[in-house]
Write a protein that binds this ligand. Structure first.
Ligand code: PLP
Length: 822
């Protein structure tokens, strides 16, 4: 039963400090927290002092919220995620505490420029892409809609790599975001837990000879130490905790070894512990199957569960009520080992029998699936799992026996179907299937868009869904409008406030009132002026950093996201090459000036993705340098795409490229950020694009290409990309130009295999969708050339995107999965 939330009187109200008060707080922080005076303070010191001021203000709300949750015995949500793609926090905090303007004034009175110090804040990139950014948006929304929550993850010393482009190639450099320390976090040395690996399992028998319990005797031990960052919601309604674990040795130095002269060996423990929180695996929707990765997964899962169990026990004194007071959410399968770990804690440490532990486990966990790509579905070789986690292996077998027994006794499943339900993959090398483990250990399994959820039921989890038909549900992703509108697009926010008042700040769905302004010519002009200013800012950045001049009056066409074949940056590049050819051969035609921006990182081991980055840069070089193009087409690859880059690029886009092969993008959230900032989408009916089309309306989005079922059908049938290419002269020309070295004259064979792949198999259906895509781009040109019509459509996009707020998503999770009041 969900009880409704009553507004609490005990939480402190948001106060409105004047600039003088804030200025004196900054000076105090500079002196007593940084230890400097104004004459020697560097810009970085001012940043630190400013963060301390806003953090102090947050702490008051943090402590009262925590106390209230305890006293009211509220159910807590625990969000376990191996990734949190946080980005910078200072502006967000100013904005959510409503002190941006007085803070700007306070700093100015001290001779400090807020915008300048804000760019010095490290961009916390503890994630790869969409999955990690979703976790960060969820943390902010949980605080905003007043859900008591903890995020749990790893405090990577090196998060996502920094991407440099050297001679057109991606080069990966370590991102050392903690170099200057981290002004946001609190180190909690006292909050540390032991983590074991390896060893053996012993059985303890009672006097009558019956097996009493199992005891795992690990061979290795490390400590997980907590670092807490407060996460503040809109108007500081609630402050939650992001708790990240760092690895520490139990014995920092092995003195026996040191004294015996083995100075390096003496540090072995320290190095092993350090490795656990050293790097984020930079693989997105791609294999990351290394032993260290499984160690990282267990490390943060057990530390989080020990913390949760201890908190619950200290408040309630027993564990039977855990599912009533704690909802533990698994963001993808990375924390799936938490399922056997909770079972182990309940049975081996707290003496429960299997069936009670299993009941509690299933009622406590819920799991979100993020991908159907076979190469991204996690599984671990049984021998590795068994060596590292011998007790968990036993528990996985016990769970499997229980589940398979249920399936067999229903008499509804064939042998093949039973094999698909099993937690162990038996053909080839034996592996533990983490998706199946997360599924059977959870009462709720959700997809992240309507289409993705349907495909989950039909493909990877078809048989598990038949066995447990009430578990799969949909929760379409969302984005926080604080970061992705209010904070990153102050021009559009101010314009909207003038037009419809402030209600949309508290409830983003109220932005729909902007809809009627689509027909208002004066408003459209103001809207266009805001967009123009945002485009000019991006143009200046590109000129400064890359030396490429682009015209802000051209159509800004942007594709920024991880580089992956299924996201089809290659389709976009091929269309650019075809367009380039057309502009050159038909100079008399009235071409629409366009700038195609690309940005994104490739997994370092992903050969084709890295080659696609090089291709974008090679094409850019030729196109941008060709006088025959007369500036009508420019191609720009923006290096090191991250949250901070997104905050500048989203508001500057006219056209958002969301062109994945249908059925392959689970949701997308970049698509939502663009549309909320007034870009029109060109996209396939994939992921959340399907629902965006329903919300913004068919006339306000450009949809093309094969649908998911048509892609599946072609793959089953005999798809002949060669015939398609040969029938499309523009495509054939583009492919042959790239293949023959027009864009790589010093290495003419560079792209030969990549292009041959299109002829031979074309798994991602680039050829099948090319013609529809190119034709739709010419339709885009036509609408762009009627600027009043374009702007009206763009305004309707902004007005109709409120539903894609992560506040809405979190409310649905709270009501339908976690059973907590909102
Ligand atoms: C939103 C976001 C993503 C996800 O983009 P998609 O287009 O949905 O793949 C990835 N990286 C960053 C930095 C983001 O802000």
């Amino acid at each position: 039963m969900t009880r409704t939330k009553t507004l609490s009187a005990s939480l402190p109200a948001l106060d409105h400090p004047d600039p003088q008060t804030l200025a004196s707080e900054v000076l105090m922080a500079l002196k007593y927290r940084v230890g400097k005076d104004t004459t020697v303070a560097t810009p970085y010191d001012w940043l630190t002092a400013s963060i301390k001021v806003v953090r102090d203000r947050i702490i008051d709300h943090w402590i009262s919220a925590t106390k209230e949750t305890y006293e009211q015995q509220e159910k807590r949500v625990y969000y376990l995620s191996l990734e949190f793609l946080i980005g910078r926090l200072m502006r967000d905090a100013f904005s959510n505490l409503d002190i941006m303007d007085p803070m700007r004034e306070a700093l100015a009175s001290l001779g400090v420029d807020l915008d300048e110090i804000a760019t010095l804040e490290p961009d916390a990139a503890l994630g790869n892409g969409g999955l990690g950014r979703l976790a960060a948006c969820f943390m902010e929304s949980m605080a905003t809609v007043d859900v008591p929550a903890h995020g749990y993850g790893i405090r990577y010393a090196n998060g996502m790599f920094r991407q440099e482009i050297q001679d057109g190639w991606q080069v990966e450099l370590p991102e050392t975001w903690l170099d200057h320390g981290n002004s946001w976090e609190f180190e909690r040395r006292e909050r540390s837990f032991e983590v074991g690996f390896g060893g053996s399992v012993e059985s303890v028998t009672a006097k009558d000879g019956r097996l009493e319990r199992h005891v795992w005797k690990p061979l290795e031990h490390v400590l997980a130490v907590a670092y807490d960052t407060p996460v503040v919601g809109w108007k500081a309604k609630r402050v939650n905790t992001l708790r990240l674990w760092s690895g520490m040795p139990v014995d920092p130095i092995l003195l026996d070894k040191f004294n015996a002269g083995d100075h390096i060996g003496a540090l072995a423990e320290s190095n092993k512990a350090d490795a656990l929180s050293r790097v984020l695996y930079p693989a997105d929707s791609h294999k990351a199957g290394q032993e260290l990765r499984l160690r990282q997964e267990y490390f943060f899962s057990t530390a989080s569960l020990q913390d949760i169990v201890q908190r619950h026990l200290s408040q309630y004194g027993e564990l039977a009520s855990l599912p009533d007071k704690a909802a533990i959410h698994l963001n993808d399968t990375h924390p799936a080992v938490a399922v056997p770990e909770l079972m182990r804690l309940l049975m081996d440490v707290h003496g429960m029998d299997f069936s009670q532990a299993w009941d509690i486990t299933k009622r406590t966990f819920a799991y979100t699936n993020h991908t159907l790509l076979p190469e991204a579905l996690e599984s671990w070789p049984v021998p590795l799992f068994e060596r590292l986690l011998p007790r968990h292996m036993q528990i996985v077998y016990a769970i499997n026996a229980e589940v398979l027994q249920e399936a067999r006794s229903s008499n509804r499943f064939s042998g093949d179907q039973i094999a698909a339900i099993s937690l162990i993959q038996e053909n080839g090398d034996r592996r533990v299937r983490m998706g199946n483990l997360a599924f059977v250990g959870s009462h709720s399994i959700n997809g992240v868009s309507a289409l993705h959820t349907e495909l989950m039921k039909q493909t990877v989890f078809a048989d598990l869904h038949r066995l447990y038909p009430d578990r799969i549900n949909n929760k379409t992703n969302g984005i926080t409008p604080r970061r992705w509108l209010i904070q990153c697009n102050p021009g559009l926010t101010a314009l909207a406030r003038q037009a419809i008042g402030d209600r949309f700040l508290d409830d983003i769905e109220a932005i729909k009132e902007l809809d009627r302004f689509a027909g208002d010519a004066a408003f459209r002009d103001k809207f266009a002026a805001v967009k123009r200013a945002n485009k000019t800012r991006l143009a200046n950045l590109v000129a400064d950093r890359l030396g490429i001049r682009v015209d802000p009056s051209a159509l800004f066409d942007i594709q920024i996201k991880r580089i992956h074949e299924y996201k089809r940056q290659l389709l976009n590049i091929l269309e650019a090459v075809a367009l380039y050819d057309q502009i050159r051969s038909h100079p008399e035609k009235d071409w629409t000036p366009r700038v195609k921006f690309f940005g994104g990182k490739a997994a370092p081991s992903y050969h084709n993705a890295k080659l696609i980055i090089k291709l974008a840069n090679d094409v850019a070089k030729v196109v941008n340098g060709d006088p025959a193009v007369r500036g009508l087409l420019k191609v720009v690859f923006v290096p090191n795409y991250n949250v901070s880059a997104a905050e500048i690029m989203m508001p500057a886009a006219d056209l958002s490229e969301q062109i994945s092969t249908a059925g392959m993008e689970a949701s997308g959230t970049g698509n939502m950020k663009f549309a909320l900032n007034g870009a029109l989408t060109i996209g396939t009916l994939d992921g959340a694009n399907v629902e965006m089309k329903e919300h913004v309306g068919d006339d306000n989005i450009f949809i093309f290409g094969l649908k998911a079922d048509e892609v599946a059908e072609r793959r089953r049938g005999d798809y002949q990309p060669r015939a398609i290419i040969e029938a499309l002269p523009e495509l054939a020309q583009a492919i042959s130009a790239i293949s023959s070295g027009v864009f790589s004259p010093h290495d003419p064979d560079r792209y030969r295999d990549l292009m041959n792949g299109l002829y031979d198999s074309d798994w991602f259906m680039v050829a099948a969708d090319f013609d529809a895509y190119a034709a739709t781009q010419r339709e885009v040109d036509a609408v762009w050339n009627d600027r009043a019509d374009w702007n009206a459509r763009a305004i309707r996009n902004v007005a109709r995107m409120g539903w894609f707020s992560s506040d809405r998503t979190i409310r649905q999770y709270a009501k339908e999965i976690w059973n907590v009041p909102v």
